[in-house]
Design a protein around this ligand. Structure first.
Ligand SMILES: [Zn+2]
Length: 136
């Protein structure tokens, strides 16, 4: 597997994700990102807004139906998947729950903090590795 070192997203996609995170307050929000990986940059081409089935301020889960839809779309178009979620009341670092899910889904993870307004990205290899976030 190629290792992604940076996530690149458009200003429009960034704004859609921020608004989604704001709208879901006080709960966590989530989305599936589709993109392609070239030379260490995971470029996001699609943002698929999903519902947080947990409706929780400290966890999220994407419904099986949304996952099937997004993975189907990614296969059909030859795109890779990344996962977005927000932390309404904490910093944009993976929680211990996130880490467990990252083990199951070893794709790039983008986390937005409603508190600091920062977006940060990570991927789990043998440990959690931070990725750069570039807004184009
Ligand atoms: Zn989290």
């Amino acid at each position: 597997m190629t290792v992604q070192r940076e996530i690149a997203l458009s200003r429009e996609h960034e704004s859609i994700l921020r608004q989604h995170a704001k709208k879901c307050e006080p709960n966590e929000s989530c989305a599936i990102l589709l993109g392609s990986d070239k030379a260490g940059t995971f470029s996001i081409s699609d943002v698929i807004i999903t519902e947080n089935a947990d409706r929780s301020p400290s966890t999220f889960s994407i419904s099986g139906q949304d996952l099937i839809r997004a993975y189907g779309e990614s296969e059909r178009r030859g795109l890779e998947v990344a996962i977005f979620h927000s932390h309404p009341a904490s910093a944009p670092y993976p929680s211990s729950t996130d880490r467990r899910y990252m083990e199951v889904n070893p794709v790039p993870w983008l986390i937005y903090s409603n508190v600091s307004g920062e977006m940060r990205a990570y991927i789990l290899e043998s440990d959690i590795i931070p990725l750069g976030v570039k807004v184009l």
